[in-house]
Design a protein around this ligand. Structure first.
Ligand SMILES: [Zn+2]
Length: 205
């Protein structure tokens, strides 16, 4: 099944990997129905209005993945403050499904398993996004902006657990507190990909 999602005229995931599409198709296949006066259409069946919503999709994903287990961090991932492609990326990251060298090797790929951001350590999710010296410097600067002590997380769940409430009452700053880390994580991933596929130099800090 081909899955194409749209938000504000932007297609998502426009460049999702085959694995991403397969995962999304699997989750969605029972949630789409087809019936409209004899004409086949795709509709979001859980909603009476047949209209897709991120909140409802997150509930279904939650049930699919965790049964009745109570998780708190999904609300931070499936929020309405950022683009769906970022939310989906975070969701993959929380599941440790990002295709780092560690995960590729588990699937039989042959590769160097080198972190392309520091060229010193093996590349796994913990290292790439949280422990790599390059990433740590970015996080250090993020916490400095907020005059907040640096949080040393080793996973996304750790990070969310440590993030706590926004240190400001201003609503713009509250959104920035939520969305900033998402952009940092996403751009670390882009920088890693640029380094591998475009052989780009690291942006100077
Ligand atoms: Zn590194």
């Amino acid at each position: 099944m081909e899955v194409t999602c749209w938000k504000d005229s932007q297609e998502w995931p426009a460049r999702g990997s085959e694995e991403d599409r397969a995962l999304l198709s699997h989750v969605l296949e029972d949630r789409l129905c087809s019936s409209l006066k004899g004409r086949d259409v795709l509709a979001w069946s859980p909603s009476p209005k047949e209209k897709f919503s991120v909140a409802q999709c997150s509930t279904i994903l939650d049930r699919n993945l965790y049964g009745l287990a109570k998780v708190h961090w999904w609300k931070k991932i499936w929020n309405n403050f950022s683009w769906p492609k970022y939310n989906f990326f975070l969701w993959l990251l929380a599941q440790k499904k990002c295709l780092t060298w560690e995960n590729l090797r588990k699937r039989g790929f042959q590769g160097p398993s080198i972190c392309f951001l520091c060229a010193h350590n093996e590349e796994c999710i913990s290292h790439l996004f949280f422990l790599c010296p390059f990433s740590r410097e970015i996080w250090h600067r993020w916490w400095e902006v907020w005059s907040h002590g640096c949080v040393h997380a080793t996973s996304l769940i750790d990070f969310w657990d440590s993030l706590g409430r926004p240190p400001a009452k201003n609503s713009f700053l509250q959104v920035a507190w939520m969305v900033g880390p998402i952009f940092i994580l996403w751009n670390l991933w882009l920088e890693r990909n640029r380094k591998i596929f475009c052989d780009s130099e690291l942006d100077s800090l």
